[in-house]
Write a protein that binds this ligand. Structure first.
Ligand SMILES: Cc1cc2nc3c(=O)[nH]c(=O)nc-3n(C[C@H](O)[C@H](O)[C@H](O)COP(=O)(O)O)c2cc1C
Length: 330
């Protein structure tokens, strides 16, 4: 069975990438992922604020230095345990490249160019095969328009792309008024790939303490559908490669994502729940499905469910929605 696919100009041995999470923070885990069959790994994100802090010569926020820092940096938690800090991150890339022969993708999380551009160069020099920019910005300010936010994203991509020659993928959220337009502008700005989608952290309330409870819930398979819809809508329109992340739990989810037009899929939650070796199960399920359906390669099914043949996907969606409602009457 030929499972090879091309993502960001790299030939992957199959369409299963391990997404950014604490699992990829350990070299030993990366080796186990490669052994289990992963086609590439994405390292945990380094946060823009960490780079900024380092640029100011501050190792970590303490009660002593806190009040001298800009507001945005005053409450920064110690993240070294998660991603090794700004300097340690470069060493992690280097070690990861020595440990495994599959592509290693570095990840930056932020929302404005700042120190990213310089850092992106260092990430490239440390040996990363590609870079994921996770643009994580919650648009809470009523005086900042969607246009300004979109410009901010586009400038970020322009600046990072101008600084490095490795491929750059953008990990996006689905919360844009005109997602297809935004995706196409990122595409025109030179994004090599779009990663659909980022999951926003959603804190809960503790009713007794009236405090905010931080929790990062693992995803559920139901989240895949939003990804399938947008991958199907965008895959026929863009030059950039699409990567599905969110809700991939079974081999058939990889099949669906590829049919929608993705070049590959990425998993985190399913491995956090079932362990790294679950990669083997996913790949076996994928192969079994392809064999049972007389497919000889993964590329054979790529994009067969893309909406590129539908002239107006929005009208098509509305008609489908009405059909679903009608079926409830029967
Ligand atoms: C505990 C945890 C940590 C994560 N850390 C990162 C991160 O550092 N950077 C990032 O881009 N995504 C991060 N993610 C998001 C995952 O990479 C992935 O895109 C998301 O969880 C959806 O995929 P899944 O359904 O397979 O979990 C994290 C997810 C989890 C559950």
């Amino acid at each position: 069975m030929d499972l090879t696919t091309k993502y960001l100009g790299m030939t992957l041995k199959n369409p299963l990438i391990v997404s950014a999470s604490p699992l990829t923070a350990y070299i030993d885990n990366l080796r186990r992922m490669e052994l289990a069959g992963a086609a590439a790994v994405v390292l945990p994100s380094l946060f823009e604020e960490q780079i900024e802090l380092q640029g100011m010569g501050v190792d970590k926020v303490t009660p002593m230095n806190q009040k001298n820092l800009p507001d945005a940096l005053q409450h920064l938690p110690e993240m070294k345990g998660y991603n090794r800090g700004a300097n340690g991150y470069l060493a992690h890339i280097y070690q990861a490249k020595k440990a495994v022969s599959i592509p290693v993708i570095a990840s930056l999380n932020g929302y404005y160019s700042g120190g990213w551009v310089q850092y992106a160069r260092l990430i490239e020099a440390a040996g990363a095969d590609a870079m994921e920019l996770n643009i994580y910005y919650l648009a809470t300010k009523p005086n900042i328009s969607s246009q300004e936010i979109e410009e901010m994203y586009l400038h970020l991509v322009r600046d990072v792309k101008a600084a490095v020659s490795i491929p750059v993928a953008i990990k996006l959220s689905p919360y844009f008024s005109a997602l297809a337009n935004m995706a196409s502008r990122l595409d025109n700005m030179g994004a090599d790939g779009l990663v659909l989608f980022n999951r926003f952290y959603q804190p809960d309330f503790d009713l007794e303490t009236r405090g905010v409870v931080s929790s990062l819930d693992l995803s559920s398979q139901a989240e895949l559908r939003l990804r399938l819809r947008w991958t199907a809508v965008l895959s026929g329109i863009l030059k950039a490669d699409l990567l599905v992340t969110g809700g991939v739990e079974q081999g058939t989810d990889i099949v669906k994502s590829m049919m929608a037009g993705a070049k590959a899929t990425a998993v985190a939650s399913v491995l956090l729940k079932n362990g790294i070796e679950y990669i083997k199960t996913l790949l076996t399920e994928l192969e079994e499905w392809l064999v049972a359906h007389d497919e000889e390669s993964i590329t054979g099914i790529q994009g067969v469910m893309s909406q590129k043949s539908v002239t107006d996907p929005a009208a098509f969606e509305r008609a489908n929605y009405m059909n679903v409602l009608k079926s409830l009457e029967e």
